[in-house]
Structure formats: structure tokens, C-alpha cells
Design a binder for this molecule. Structure first.
Ligand code: GDP
Length: 530
């Protein structure tokens, strides 16, 4: 938008609040230092509150730790949570992405709710497989990425080599904001390229001086000569930082540091405050929605259930897209057209509870509910719009659930329904009335399902192979075409959670035969949840 166009818009009372929001996620390969970095980031923002642990008392706490046992056992992070903190007058919302590749679906949904990402790389290992996958998800939406090269205090690769690998592997331009002075045991600090300011590892928050001359006497002659040479090379060969290119997702600013030693973390936060985008406009099915519009809009990107098995409560994680959410507000769920009172929204602000009474675009709040709110739901003050793009993915594994105690079939049915609404599994109910199938994208999800059915519902289950291995959503140009297809394929059809038709096939061959025979029908492996 041009300045002239901007000035024609009435000044929004919320523009200032939107402007200071930074909603981001950290993407990394396990062990690169995400957890350590998260802790250090939060330290700058004061108190910490993990969304999943809000009001974790007594029974709740025990349940949560049961649930966490799966996580510990597998050495992965299963639960998505949100952490909000303030720094330099900015409000940061850090959304935690689950660490395991089996959770690509969950991760994907979380990444639909952020405006930027921090990519953490182990300085000795470079771009690892998981980082690459997550990066690709970010690229789908051109999410701007700030890179933090971590563990510089350990034996690490040459900085040029690391930068080159980022550029080559991810096809992403790199622009270092800082340059490391030494590495491993000799890691002395960083040189800020733009200002020439020097930060020393042992120097606390203060800069040690400006220009390489300031390093005289602080590091060895040899080290100084190396850094001088590297910097000359870097400034000659590498791109300068370009804000537009970064915002468009084509260039990543790079910082070097050590999360463990709390070095470079403040620079990272400063980079997010100065460079990362505030909440942006978002497309709905009817119109684009701007973050500083006066009316509240939001969407659900995550549902977490059964933090307390005695009360089947769930928390829907909602990202505000525009306007202001206040406690006690009535909002419209556009999928069902129902008005819902938001009486006890949970705001996960770290320091000040009073701030938590209202939320603006970019903020994430948890809304407790009994199953009414689903992933992909849009909430408004009355307008009938739906945000696009919180997808479901076709499962790669389909199983029948075998129940040890057949008397509990009804309980299993409702448990599966609840867990499907939460996005833990997908449930497909065959039209011919045969027992439901569960679908998952990765095998680990089956372990989580088994664990949760036992812990939260007292159900002991196993899984059986099913005759089907592939599921595809079915759409047709007209209702008649769809009815015709359904009538002819009843035995292989099922309904998903929303009642949408899904074709089940035993093999790729069978699926492609169906595709050949039904030309007008579309078979898709991704469904945009509305
Ligand atoms: P995550 O799996 O990405 O969350 O990684 P963690 O934060 O749990 O870190 C993995 C291991 O690397 C832990 O043993 C950390 O103490 C260690 N670590 C993290 N950051 C650094 C760092 O900057 N330097 C060194 N030497 N070790 C680090």
C-alpha cells in the first residue's frame, strides 16, 4: 500500500498494538538447541508460563506428566504450546513447534499461525534433515526467517561454509548481521557488520567497542588477523541485508551465538524486534482481513484436550487476526453460525496478568471449551467469513482399532471422536457401517493415541492392519456427480470428521484406477479445514 493510500484509511485504534506484536516459531533439528534458546529468550522477557501448564495443579499436573512421559521416552516434544513475553516494548508470541517429524501436520498448523520463524542451526552440523523439512513448510507461505547459528562455543564449521550450505541447500540468500570472532574454545564474541560494534562472550550486555581495533589486546594477534581477513572477504562476497528480500522470504539474516552461554540471544531478539514483520493481513474466503481492523477475527490452529481427565475440557489455541478480543466477549463460530461466549480466555502473558484482559492481532489465546471449537474454525464478531489454509493431510497409515474389552465400544467411539477433533488422529467411518478406521501421518501418532486412550479414557487398544492403505478426499463439480460417484463406490467410501467423503483404496493401483474411471471427480491428499 502506498503512503497516500494509508493516509486515506481511518487511523486504527489498534495499529499501535499490532505494530508491536511479533509472533514466531523456532524451527530446528532435534538437539540443535531450541529448548536452550527458548529458555534464554524467555529470560529476557521475565517470567515464563507454558500454555500447557497453566493452572497445572494436583490431578492436572499428574496427567500432564503422564502425557509428557511419551514425550520423554521418545526424546521429543509432542505438545505445542505458546509463550508470550515482552521485550523492548514488543510483545513476542513464541509458538512451540513439536519436534518430531511424525508431527508434520501439527507443525504445519502451528506454522500457519506465525508471521516469522527463527531457524536454529548447530554450527558443527549445518542444515539437518528436520530443519530442511520445516523450512520447506515455511517457504510455502514465504515466512521470513532469521537464522541463529548456535553452539559457536564448540568445535564448529567455518562460517563461510555454513553460510554457503544455507544458501545452497535451501536456495535462500544469506546476509550475516554479525560475524564470529573465533570458534570453539576460542570463540571470543561477534562483530556487528553494520555498526562495527563488538560484543564479547564474557562482556555481558555491553559492547566492547567499535571496530576491529577494539580487539587489540583482547584476542591474539593471529586471531585478529584471521577475523580481519574473514571480514574483508565477507563484506566483499556476501549480500548486504535487504529488508524487502527478507520480508518476502528470499533472504535470511544470520546471527552467530551460543544459546548455552546466553551469547547472541539479545542480538536475536533485537533482530526480531527491528526486522521481523508485525502481523500481516490474511485472506479469508470473502475478503482479505487487515490486522488493524476494528472488528475481531481469529482462527483455531490447535486444540489440546484432556489436561484434566475428570473434566473433558479442551483448550482451543486461537490466533487473533484483527481487532481486539476481550474477556466475556461473544464471538461467532462461522462454521456452525453459533455465538460462543468467551468467558475465560487464557492469555499466556508472562509478567502482567492485567495485560491479559485483551488480545490483539498476532496474539494467541487459549479458549477452554467442551469440544465446540475445532481446528480451522473461524471466530468473528458476526461477519460470515472463513480463513483459509489450516489443512488436513491424507494419512499415510490406516488402522482398525482393536479393543480389549468389547463392552467399551461406545466409549471408544466417543474417545476417538474427541481425539480426532483435537487433531491427534483422523477417523474415517465407512459408509457400509463397518468399524471406523484411524488414520495417522506418522507411526508415532499411533503410540500417542494408545497412550492417551489408556491414560485418559481407560481404554486398552491395539491396532490391526486394514484392507485399506490409502485415503483421498473426494470432490465433484456438482452434487449430482458426487451422488453418482457415491452410489457406485459405497463399499470403498468413508466419511471424515466433518462428514466429507473419503475414498479408501487398498493400493496405489486401485486408486489410480478410480481416478481413470471417474474423470470429473477430484481426489486430493490435502484438505483445507474451514
Ligand atoms: P533441542 O533438542 O533443539 O531442544 O536442543 P536442546 O536445547 O535440548 O540442546 C541440546 C543439547 O545441546 C543440550 O545438551 C544443550 O545443553 C546443548 N546446547 C544447546 N545450546 C548449546 C550451545 O550454544 N553450546 C553448547 N556447547 N551446547 C549447547
Amino acid at each position: 500500500m502506498t503512503d497516500a493510500a494509508l493516509s486515506l484509511r481511518p487511523a486504527s485504534p489498534y495499529a499501535h498494538e499490532v505494530e508491536r506484536r511479533r509472533t514466531f516459531a523456532i524451527i530446528s533439528h532435534p538437539d540443535a538447541g531450541k529448548t536452550t534458546l527458548t529458555e534464554k529468550l524467555l529470560m529476557f522477557g521475565g517470567a515464563i508460563q507454558l500454555a500447557g501448564q497453566v493452572k497445572a495443579k494436583g490431578e492436572r499436573r499428574r496427567t500432564r506428566s503422564d502425557w509428557m512421559a511419551i514425550e520423554r521416552e521418545r526424546g521429543i516434544s509432542v505438545v505445542t504450546s505458546v509463550m508470550t513475553f515482552e521485550y523492548r516494548n514488543c510483545v513476542f508470541n513464541l509458538l512451540d513447534t513439536p519436534g518430531h517429524e511424525d508431527f508434520s501436520e501439527d507443525t504445519y498448523r502451528t506454522l500457519t499461525a506465525v508471521d516469522s520463524a527463527v531457524m536454529v542451526i548447530d554450527a558443527a552440523k549445518g542444515i539437518e534433515e528436520r530443519t530442511k523439512k520445516l523450512f520447506e513448510v515455511c517457504r510455502l507461505r514465504d515466512i521470513p526467517i532469521v537464522t541463529f547459528v548456535n553452539k559457536m562455543d564448540r568445535e564448529s564449521r567455518d562460517p563461510f561454509e555454513i553460510l554457503d550450505e544455507i544458501e545452497q541447500t535451501l536456495a535462500l540468500d544469506v546476509a550475516p548481521l554479525t560475524w564470529p570472532i573465533g570458534g570453539g574454545r576460542d570463540f571470543a564474541g561477534t562483530f556487528e557488520l553494520k555498526s562495527g560494534r563488538i560484543r564479547l562472550v564474557d562482556g555481558g550486555d555491553d559492547f566492547a567497542g567499535e571496530g576491529l581495533g577494539a580487539l587489540k589486546g583482547l584476542v591474539s594477534e593471529h586471531r585478529l588477523a584471521t577475523v580481519t581477513e574473514e571480514l574483508e572477504l565477507a563484506q566483499g562476497a556476501l549480500k548486504a541485508f535487504d529488508l524487502t528480500s527478507f520480508r518476502e522470504g528470499h533472504l535470511t539474516p544470520v546471527l552467530f551465538g551460543s544459546a548455552l552461554r546466553n551469547f547472541g540471544v539479545r542480538d536475536l531478539l533485537d533482530a526480531l524486534a527491528d526486522l521481523a514483520p508485525a502481523p500481516q493481513g490474511l485472506d479469508s474466503d470473502k475478503r482479505p482481513v487487515e490486522p488493524d481492523e476494528p472488528r475481531m477475527t481469529a482462527f483455531v490452529f490447535k486444540v489440546q484436550a484432556n489436561m484434566d481427565p475428570n473434566h473433558r475440557d479442551r483448550i482451543a489455541f486461537v490466533r487473533i487476526c484483527s481487532g481486539k478480543l476481550t474477556r466475556g466477549m461473544k464471538v461467532k463460530q462461522t462454521r456452525t453460525q453459533k455465538m460462543i461466549g468467551v468467558h475465560a480466555p487464557q492469555f499466556f502473558f508472562a509478567q502482567d496478568r492485567a495485560l491479559a484482559e485483551e488480545a490483539y492481532a498476532g496474539d494467541v489465546v487459549g479458549i477452554p471449551n467442551h469440544g465446540a471449537l475445532r481446528i480451522g474454525d473461524t471466530l468473528t464478531e458476526g461477519e460470515d467469513i472463513s480463513f483459509l489454509g489450516v489443512p488436513s493431510f491424507a494419512p499415510e497409515i490406516l488402522r482398525r482399532v482393536r479393543l480389549e474389552d468389547a463392552m467399551k465400544a461406545k466409549k471408544l467411539k466417543s474417545a476417538l471422536q474427541e481425539l480426532a477433533e483435537e487433531g491427534v488422529v483422523q477417523v474415517f467411518r465407512p459408509l457400509d457401517g463397518s468399524p471406523a478406521l484411524v488414520g495417522v501421518v506418522g507411526a508415532l501418532q499411533l503410540d500417542v493415541l494408545t497412550g492417551r486412550l489408556l491414560a485418559e479414557y481407560g481404554l486398552e487398544v491395539g491396532f490391526e492392519q486394514s484392507q485399506y492403505s490409502i485415503a483421498r478426499w473426494v470432490t465433484a463439480p456438482t452434487k449430482q456427480a458426487l451422488d453418482e460417484f457415491v452410489a457406485a463406490n459405497r463399499s470403498g467410501l468413508a466419511e471424515d470428521l466433518d462428514g466429507d467423503p473419503v475414498l479408501l483404496a487398498g493400493s496405489a493401483f486401485q486408486m489410480s484406477r478410480a481416478k481413470d474411471r471417474w474423470e470429473k471427480i477430484e481426489f486430493t491428499d490435502v484438505k483445507d479445514v474451514r
